[in-house]
Design a protein. Structure first.
Length: 110
């Protein structure tokens, strides 16, 4: 039971890191658009948090970022749709499936 729980923790870290990275980028973007140095600095600090979280996973570097790209892509597209209210074309959703599929191959491939 504990072993299965421990295997799930990296996926939680990836989701949290993706939220920090995309959220930090979004806050920086809002800071630039509103000319707010406070928002830009807050976004930069959030991006620093992303780096700490994603690198807390005890996997080899190439596996961490190979898998993380899928988590990042998913969160980025969801932020675009729900935070920035963008229309997401079907080709983007198809591309997302390809990216997430590639991350799964990196994670579970031998």
């Amino acid at each position: 039971m504990v072993a299965n729980h421990m295997q799930f923790l990296p996926w939680i870290a990836f989701a949290l890191a993706a939220i920090f990275e995309v959220g930090g980028d979004a806050v920086v973007r809002m800071g630039i658009k509103t000319n707010s140095i406070i928002l830009m600095l807050l976004g930069a600090a959030t991006l620093g948090g992303y780096g700490l979280i994603v690198n807390s996973v005890d996997w080899n570097f190439s596996k961490i970022f190979g898998v993380y790209v899928g988590a990042f892509a998913l969160v980025a597209i969801l932020f675009g749709k729900f935070v920035f209210r963008e229309q997401i074309p079907i080709s983007t959703w198809v591309g997302l499936l390809i990216i997430v599929g590639g991350g799964l191959v990196i994670q579970f491939g031998k």
